[in-house]
Ligand binder design. Sequence first.
Ligand SMILES: *[C@@H]1O[C@H](CO)[C@@H](O)[C@H](O)[C@H]1NC(C)=O
Length: 177
Amino acid sequence: MQLLTLTAGLGLLSLVPAMMPPLSPATTEKLLGKWHIKRWAGDMPIPEWRWKDPLPPFTFERNGLDELEFRMNLTKPIGCIQYKLPLYEGEDPGTFLTWWRHVIYIHFLPGKSFAIAYFRGKMNYQYYQMMMLMGRTLKADPDAPRIFKEFVMSKMPQTGKIIIPPHVEACELVQDS
Ligand SMILES: *[C@@H]1O[C@H](CO)[C@@H](O)[C@H](O)[C@H]1NC(C)=O
């Protein structure tokens, strides 16, 4: 399940409380490169059969306009599609805005090889939250999942189910030149 595709499709501007320690606000420079989605959680109405969808790695790159861009190659019935989402650094440290002015919070865990991304938005008059733990490698880490779990419990004490998506390699785009 492509979290950001979903979150990008949502309604209004979100208002979000601060992240908790020991997280530190991410900057464009330090986000660049490849990331894996290690865990995610959220209370959007995503059918349970999609929870086990394998997720490919994604990258943060600078696009031609020198802005940060989220990119993920997704396998679709018609082939390999590159999903792109430009993000603009917000005024508050660690905030990134989409074209639709959704605010996505990205904060690093100590060491900066893991980060938590958080989004809260409104859909059909109801607020939804999505959050993910992203990591630079596929290696297991004892601390990052624990910090993510605390984070999830702080945002969704009732429904804090954490999903560990299977990984899949990114598909290869067919160059259309
Ligand atoms: C998507 O595919 C292209 C072409 O194969 C590759 O250069 C790029 O790194 C891939 N992107 C991701 C996020 O894996």
